[in-house]
Design a protein around this ligand. Structure first.
Ligand code: GLN
Length: 539
């Protein structure tokens, strides 16, 4: 029988609710329980696939091909589990199902209403996760902040579920305690207000996770306890940390795992967080760097730099760097700079390795191609991801195969040498403007050519990786590229699509049509990232 733990946020967004949820899951897992996690996003979009990464951050993709929120990636990395479309709920998904059901007379002719039919659909989905995963605990993170109009119906679902099965439900509020510079004191009032707002929605939190720059002191814990109506021991200190992987260890300092279990009348079966704790200890002490540059474009928003658009890539680099006992130092390199001043590309020499990640649209593409050319000629370890592979093919076609006007039909539909072309089945989809959820998504098999770098690192000739793209290497140019030294190291056997390319006489020049970053885990770095970092440490 599953227990449900709802996690909501107070005061403001962006305080790490996702990693807090993932961390609680990690702790319960370490105590011997099966855990699954669900992300609820209150937006109308059916999924994250249609959203701009600068606005939304990375679009994470599961094996079964749902384009979801980056928090699902956090859950996968912390829990070391592959999640599915069921682990992701949006307002759009919920309404779409309810409306379709109504159109099919699924409600037997009665009036379908926002309450209770929308919360009921949410509850149905949450319970389905519990059933299908046979989890002891399902964590449900409600996106947004309490008091927002958008997530009210999800709080309503939590309230109704608690009303029905109060002994199986727990409610955690992740709140923020600011320390205003001019006062210099940690303030708990916004948290008190957040709890009031939750109370208005009919919910009393059982545990409060107090996010702040520094750990909570006793007076603050007491104050929150009294004003927010929770036991002092259930006010958990959640200070800023250097590495997100430290969070489970930190939470356990305040005994959160056993507090949760006690509330359900359960006891820990074991406590095994040893490897994780060792990794965290190492992360905090490692000094010797490996310097990696990411040449991309989804970094800037006004005066601020956003790392969120490439979070899985960043985490995958970290996992592999730690594996080789290095401290990952990652720089954002905006590709447009290499277009405006081509000699700037020389700065890539300062790096041990360069990654060109995924992306869409023509902005910044020529700069990325310049960066790839520089890596190829100067033997800088290079890893191309999705768009990164497509651009590596264009660069090679132009500069090695002498196909000067080689391009992708994504950027120049009628180009002379369309070495990257829209996949056949995509043509009608785009014509009909059917954009949502229609890319080549999720896990597809990949056959690996023997005696390649890929074969050596995967240690198998058949693998499966996650995708998210509409364009592909045009097979008409394959022979031409191969004749000049490009190796088609991975092929999708069903559709004969090129999935991995390598080039000869280079320490590491590998690019893939899929996104290996989605499958990297802190204690199990992805083989391609691992080899990339290994060669980078030698460069
Ligand atoms: N824009 C390219 C395509 O659709 C690459 C996509 C990506 O990098 N995820 O094929």
């Amino acid at each position: 029988m599953a227990r449900f733990i709802f996690v909501a946020g107070g005061v403001m967004s962006g305080i790490g609710k996702g990693v807090a949820t993932a961390s609680i899951g990690k702790i319960l897992q370490a105590k011997g329980f099966r855990v699954s996690a669900v992300k609820i996003d209150p937006y109308i979009n059916v999924d994250a696939g249609t959203m701009n990464p600068i606005e939304h951050g990375e679009v994470f993709v599961t094996d079964d091909g749902v384009e979801c929120d980056q928090d699902v990636g956090n859950y996968e990395r912390f829990l070391d589990e592959n999640l599915t479309t069921e682990n992701y709920i949006t307002t759009g998904r919920v309404y779409q199902t309810v409306i379709n059901k109504e159109r099919n007379l699924g409600y037997g002719g009665r009036c379908v209403e926002v309450v209770p039919d929308i919360p009921n659909e949410v509850i149905y989905r949450i319970k389905k996760v519990a059933r299908n995963t046979e989890a002891d605990f399902v964590l449900i993170e409600i996106g947004g902040t309490v008091g927002e109009y958008q997530n009210l119906l999800f709080l309503e679902a939590a309230r109704i579920l608690r009303l029905r099965k109060s002994e199986d439900i727990l409610f955690i509020l992740v709140s923020y305690l600011p320390i205003p510079a001019m006062i210099g004191e940690m303030k708990s009032k916004p948290t008190q207000t957040a709890v009031r707002l939750l109370n208005e929605a009919g919910i009393q939190p059982d545990i409060i996770l107090a996010r702040a720059r520094v750990p909570l002191d006793e007076p603050r814990k007491k104050k929150i306890s009294i004003f927010c109506n929770v036991a002092k021991e259930d006010v958990i200190s959640a200070p800023d940390v250097k590495s997100i992987y430290e969070i489970p260890i930190n939470f356990e300092k305040d005994n959160i795992g056993n507090r949760i279990l006690n509330k359900f009348g359960l006891r820990a079966k074991k406590f095994d967080l040893k490897n994780w704790a060792e990794l965290v200890k190492f992360i905090k002490s490692v000094k010797k760097p490996v310097k990696i540059g990411i040449v991309g474009k989804y970094f800037e928003t006004g005066e601020f730099t956003l790392a969120d658009s490439y979070i899985s890539v960043i985490e995958a680099i970290k996992h592999a760097a730690w594996f080789f006992k290095r401290k990952p130092e990652i720089d954002w390199l905006s590709s447009e700079k290499y277009e405006n001043s081509p000699s700037a590309v020389k700065e890539l020499k300062r790096y041990n390795g360069i990654i060109v990640p995924g992306g869409f649209g023509s902005r910044g593409v020529e700069g990325k191609i310049k960066a790839i050319e520089f890596c190829r000629k100067n033997k800088i370890p290079f890893l191309g991801l999705c768009l990164g592979m497509q651009l590596a093919v264009i660069e090679f076609a132009r500069n090695v195969c002498n196909l000067k006007n080689a391009n992708s039909t994504e950027f120049l539909p009628n180009c002379q040498y369309p070495v990257i072309e829209l996949m056949l089945e995509q043509k009608s989809l785009l014509k009909e403007k059917r954009y949502g959820g229609t890319m080549r998504l999720g896990a597809w098999p990949c056959k690996i050519k023997s005696k390649t770098i890929s074969a050596r690192v995967y240690k198998t000739l058949m693998t499966s990786e996650r995708h998210r793209h509409r364009y592909e290497l045009n097979n008409e140019f394959r022979k031409n590229l191969e004749a000049k030294g490009m190796i088609m190291a991975g092929i999708n056997p069903e559709k004969d699509l090129v999935e991995i390319i390598e080039i000869k006489k280079h320490p590491f020049f590998v690019a893939c049509q899929f996104h290996p970053e989605f499958k990297s885990r802190p204690l199990k770095p992805h083989p391609l990232f691992r080899e990339f970092i290994r060669t980078a440490t030698l460069h």
